[in-house]
Ligand binder design. Structure first.
Ligand SMILES: [Zn+2]
Ligand SMILES: [Zn+2]
Length: 315
């Protein structure tokens, strides 16, 4: 069973996706993402394929039940898996910049391709690294969810930045980047800056922002994409060096929405967020009652202190 159900109190959609086919039996220690093992038959460089257990899909069943007590909708959309490399041991911190630059081109291709479907409103690209954030396979890969609506946090970002734009005539992030204090900056380049924002929700949260105002990843020039590849690797590497382990993280890309009859170019600023789930090498930052129930985060670390730690990790 797979469908969208709307919470009558918050208005948010919940994806209920209970169908789980049995995973195929693989030889012990075989990685299904390595070339020729299971998902991908031949050797590959980068690859994209449909998630075998998609929460959202183009062929999601129609809603037939008419007497439901809550609003329901088809779980229409797309879930894809994006392989970064065929090399099993090669993760983002050690990947050649060229490989990550190619990955950015693959992301752009997926944005362009899926945004042609007028029923898809938000294309969300992310990576879960490590068991702590639910990655069941070590082989470096990311994912993509294409939603038929704006997910709640995206909608909130859009609404707030639009409201501020109408009040002040500026993009809130452009305004912030003009005045960002050195103490929050991890690394500054020609086109990008990585920083621990003063409003970080997670202790080791780190964001990457283009210094130029662009709303979509696909708006970046080739030279900018190359530097973005360097910045993505740099942030991941700093975590590993700081903690001397393969530090788990969630990496999330935020481009503007598509196909909503609204233009986002003036006020939505493309960005990438890294949210590691840990507060130290051996302590998790749990989503407990305050975070889960009130959607209000309490950050137990000083963002400025963390920015210093990350700055010094590679110096
Ligand atoms: Zn593998
Ligand atoms: Zn901006």
């Amino acid at each position: 069973m797979k469908e969208l159900r709307r919470n009558p109190i918050t208005g948010e959609w919940v994806i209920v996706s209970s169908a789980r086919s049995a995973r195929p039996v693989l030889p012990e220690n075989a990685c299904p993402l390595c070339p020729g093992v299971f998902e991908l038959e031949e050797d590959y460089d980068l690859a994209v394929f449909d998630n075998r257990f998609p929460a959202l899909s183009f062929d999601a069943p129609e809603i037939t039940e008419e007497d439901s007590i809550v609003e329901k909708a088809r779980a229409f959309g797309k879930c894809e898996v994006i392989m970064y490399t065929s090399e099993h041991e090669l993760a983002v911190p050690d990947m050649p910049v060229k490989q990550l630059a190619k990955l950015i081109e693959v992301w752009c291709d997926r944005y362009r391709d899926l945004s042609r479907n007028k029923d898809l409103k938000y294309i969300y690209i992310f990576e879960n690294r490590g068991r702590e954030v639910g990655a069941t396979l070590d082989h470096a890969h990311g994912q993509l969810y294409a939603f038929p609506y704006l997910p709640p946090r995206v909608e909130r970002k859009v609404n707030y930045t639009r409201e501020q734009y109408f009040l002040n005539g500026n993009c809130t992030l452009c305004d912030m980047l003009k005045n960002i204090p050195e103490k929050n900056i991890v690394k500054k380049g020609h086109y990008f800056v990585s920083l621990v924002p003063p409003y970080a929700r997670f202790p080791y949260e780190c964001h990457i922002y283009p210094l130029r105002h662009v709303s979509y990843l696909t708006d970046l020039t080739g030279e900018e994409k190359w530097e973005l590849a360097e910045f993505i690797r740099d942030v991941a590497k700093r975590y590993d060096w700081l903690f001397e382990e393969k530090f788990p993280y969630m990496m999330m890309l935020f481009s503007a929405p598509y196909n909503t009859d609204e233009l986002y170019d003036e006020f939505f600023h493309f960005h990438i967020e890294f949210n590691p789930p840990k507060r130290s090498k051996d302590k998790m930052k749990w989503m407990a009652s305050v975070e889960t129930g009130s959607w209000n985060f309490i950050n137990p670390a000083s963002p400025e202190e963390v920015a210093r730690e990350l700055r010094e990790a590679l110096d």
